[in-house]
Design a protein around this ligand. Structure first.
Ligand code: FAD
Length: 481
């Protein structure tokens, strides 16, 4: 660890910082600035002490994207003020550390929404921009960067740059995993909605062809969609799934009534978050033990879930009205998130697949999963469209998100299967979501993200000393180790 040659500012301290699932343990000098001056002070401190910086939002990326072992983590979560809300233009300007859920609390009852919100509502705006995240509406509205009107960036030399969509840095900062500087604030374009309610329709699909046919229809008729895929169904049933598709609807209520039911919705969301975390605390080890019988257990559970969905659809009971908040954010906590149940050995892989070869790719990837000694606990599919971010993961096509829970005895074999999944994705022209990755190798990264060269070219100009880095950037060879 570098020795400090300048007194440690009061907002900096050495701390243990683990990855989300606890599989990566680090110790970093964490700076938690509350303003621009303190951000600049951190830059100066790092330069004097020959230390590197990784900006960090809420730390809700799964792997090592927001980690910087032995170096400085600049945590922007205390810079979380809403600076301006222009209701006429439907735009909101917020500091980097503002959480998405805080924006919802401010605008949703005014019949506005923030498109491209990921399931993790506690993600910060800067984290969402720099990982260029996406939501269940990705094929319609694109990725998070598509909602950004402008942002300001603090660069390594202490200057702040104003970046709008036409600026040459825009597509490098958005998706650029914090390698060009510190996002300080951003203005986001919101979208008007008829009400905070959705009609949710569930369509069971017996195989991959039915899944893709239904998705093609849903992409025309609905606004949001997420698909539960039975990763255990084989042969003709490969790709068996249930498509959850949603559409914004009218819902008569006064503003005060809307505020009241939305406040109850936030409370419920919070309760579910705590319940999910509490379940993990209380039953994590038991659930983890139960997962030794993962294959038969999930085989039965998945069959039951699919059968119940088909039964409901036949009886015309597969639609309901639900708050967007619930549809978009609650899912991952209704069943305690696999990454919590899985414990430190668990990991997530999300990959995109081009539309043109989606069928073959889905069959191949599910086949790799099934041949693994430890198939994924969950498999989720979504539709996407491409965007211009240099390290964006979105494609015109579909993504599959797998949550794995290897045990000690099959950890190596499970990793080998994940390696095959990453190779197959690269071969098929797909991408791996960096915010969820912790295993990709440099050779895989360069095949998957050929535009990294453009990012490095820009970085040489904006950050010539290479002040900004992260454990992920070093792991995949983007910055020197
Ligand atoms: C339960 C769960 C569900 C999720 N669902 C989705 C989903 O639906 N879709 C999806 O795309 N992702 C999803 N994610 C991933 C998550 O939304 C992203 O990782 C998001 O980036 C996390 O935001 P954060 O504020 O925690 O960022 P962090 O994890 O702290 O950082 C993410 C990246 O942004 C950079 N960064 C952060 N702040 C700054 C800054 N001020 N300046 C410059 N760079 C910065 C970091 O260096 C890092 O590279 C999910 C995660 C969880 C835990």
């Amino acid at each position: 660890m570098p020795s400090a040659t300048q007194t440690l500012p009061s907002f900096m301290e050495w701390k243990e910082v683990d990855s989300l699932v606890g599989s990566i343990r680090t110790r970093s000098l964490v700076a938690r600035p509350t303003n621009l001056d303190q951000c600049r002070e951190t830059l100066t401190y790092c330069r004097h002490n020959d230390m590197k910086i990784c900006p960090r939002g809420a730390g809700r990326s799964y792997g090592d994207e927001a980690l910087n072992d032995g170096q400085v983590l600049l945590d922007v979560s205390a810079m979380d003020r809403i600076l301006q809300f222009d209701e006429d233009k439907a735009q909101i300007t917020v500091e980097a550390g503002t959480r998405l859920i805080d924006i919802y609390e401010r605008v949703h009852y005014r019949l506005l929404t923030l498109p491209s919100s990921p399931t993790e509502s506690h993600s910060t705006v800067a984290g969402a921009i720099c990982a260029n995240v996406n939501g269940k509406d990705a094929w319609r509205v694109g990725s998070f960067a598509d909602q950004v009107v402008r942002l300001s960036l603090l660069t390594a030399n202490g200057e702040t740059i104003e970046i709008d969509r036409s600026h040459e840095l825009f597509n490098a900062v958005a998706s650029g995993i914090g390698l060009l500087g510190i996002v300080l604030d951003a203005t986001l374009q919101l979208k008007p909605i008829p009400s905070p309610y959705l009609r949710v329709d569930r369509f069971p699909a017996p195989d991959v062809d039915a899944l893709l046919e239904t998705m093609a229809r849903v992409e025309q008729t609905h606004d949001l969609a997420v698909v539960w895929v039975d990763a255990y169904a084989r042969g003709k049933k490969t790709g068996r799934s249930v498509i959850h598709a949603a559409k914004w609807i009218e819902h008569d209520a006064t503003e005060a009534e809307r505020k009241a039911y939305l406040d109850a919705g936030y409370e419920r969301l919070d309760k579910h978050r705590r319940l999910g975390l509490g379940l993990h605390e209380a039953f994590g080890p038991v659930l983890s033990l139960m997962l030794y019988a993962q294959r038969p257990m999930l085989h039965v559970f998945n069959r039951l879930y699919y059968a119940m969905s088909t039964f409901a659809a036949r009886r015309g009971r597969s639609s309901n009205t639900e708050l967007f908040l619930r549809f978009s954010f609650e899912a991952s906590f209704t069943v305690p998130p696999a990454h919590l149940v899985c414990g430190s050995r668990g990991y997530t892989v999300q990959l995109t697949l081009p539309r043109s070869s989606a069928r073959e790719a889905i069959v191949e990837l599910l086949g790799i999963c099934q041949s693994s000694p430890c198939p994924p606990v969950t498999a989720i599919l979504r539709a996407h469209r491409a965007d211009d971010g240099l390290l964006s993961f979105s494609e015109d096509g579909y993504s599959l998100n797998f949550e794995f829970h290897p045990k000690k005895h099959n950890e190596a074999a499970s990793r080998e299967a994940v390696d095959r999944i990453i190779d197959a994705t690269a071969r098929r022209g797909g991408k791996i979501h960096l915010a969820k990755d912790q295993v990709m190798r440099p050779d895989q990264f360069t095949r998957i993200y050929p535009r990294y060269k453009e990012l490095l070219e820009i970085k040489r100009r904006v950050d010539p000393e290479g002040l900004f880095t992260s454990d992920l950037a070093r792991r995949v060879g983007l910055t020197p180790s």
